[in-house]
Ligand binder design. Structure first.
Ligand SMILES: Nc1ncnc2c1ncn2[C@@H]1O[C@H](COP(=O)(O)OP(=O)(O)OP(=O)(O)O)[C@@H](O)[C@H]1O
Length: 248
């Protein structure tokens, strides 16, 4: 295999994020190593407050680490300028949030289109791509609806379409079914399965074991530390780079 093929799409080495100091110090992410290969779906589970969202923010350049490195396609992103980081977020990484984060005054198609425009597509190409993606997520008939006229599951499908509009190297999803009822959860679950089958690289933070079951690798997080649940049976330890901290 070539070096390019060996390079993980996303990797973290010794990643740390601390908040506060002294007695109030919180080690939200405490020395995480992770390599995510192209086309892989990785699920991260763990109790509330263990650091999952913080880790996802660090991996996607939404926040800066206190220490360690993050690489996207072999390039460091933890120490680049704000401008380069903003460009990277528009063009190379996408996010799906629990609470959708759609622009309420824009229609479904405009929400998706805006993100394609920001990624550098021409207005015509952005509209075409947005319509294609809404069709892909089963919402062609709702393209001109405002988010307020959509159900939770439909909103999340718009958010997924938006996340795909810049052809991201990786989609980072933070509890994508956390705000959905069980029928909508099944819809979004199917969507993530389809994305996985299409070869999209995904990192999903979830409390939902059904979503985690679609992943190639499952990690659990506790007190800022990531543990590979498939170790030692799945993958190779070199590739996984999971760190296991023994309890005192
Ligand atoms: N901006 C901040 N300032 C101080 N502490 C923070 C900040 N953000 C997160 N934390 C702390 O870091 C730890 C990890 O938080 P994080 O939101 O990453 O957890 P989580 O696993 O995603 O939780 P949940 O499942 O409830 O969303 C928590 O103890 C939290 O209180």
């Amino acid at each position: 295999m070539s070096d390019a093929a060996d390079t993980p799409v996303l990797s973290a080495h010794g990643l740390r994020k601390e908040y506060g100091k002294g007695e109030g110090l919180v080690r939200a992410v405490d020395g995480v190593d992770l390599d995510v290969s192209a086309g892989e779906t990785v699920a991260i589970m763990g109790p509330s407050g263990c650091g999952k969202s913080t880790l996802l923010h660090l991996l996607g350049g939404l926040d800066r680490p206190s220490g360690g490195e993050v690489q996207l396609n072999g390039r460091r992103i933890d120490n680049i300028s704000e401008k380069a980081l903003a460009r990277m977020r528009r063009t190379e990484v996408s996010y799906v949030f629990q609470s959708f984060h759609l622009m309420e005054e824009l229609t479904a198609v405009e929400n998706v289109e805006l993100s394609a425009l920001l990624a550098g597509r021409s207005p015509r190409a952005a509209r075409r791509r947005a319509e294609e993606l809404l069709k892909q997520v089963g919402l062609a008939g709702r393209a001109r609806f405002l988010p307020s006229a959509l159900s939770g599951g439909q909103r999340q499908r718009v958010a997924v379409a938006r996340a795909l509009s810049n052809d991201p190297l990786v989609v980072l999803a933070d509890e994508p079914t956390g705000n959905l009822d069980s029928a909508a959860t099944l819809d979004v679950l199917q969507l993530f399965k389809d994305l996985h089958d299409s070869g999209q690289t995904l990192v999903i933070v979830t409390h939902d074991a059904r979503i985690a079951a679609t992943a190639d690798r499952k990690f659990s997080m506790r007190d800022g530390v990531l543990m590979d649940e498939s170790w030692p049976t799945g993958g190779t330890t070199g590739q996984l780079g999971a760190r296991i901290r023994l309890e005192d």
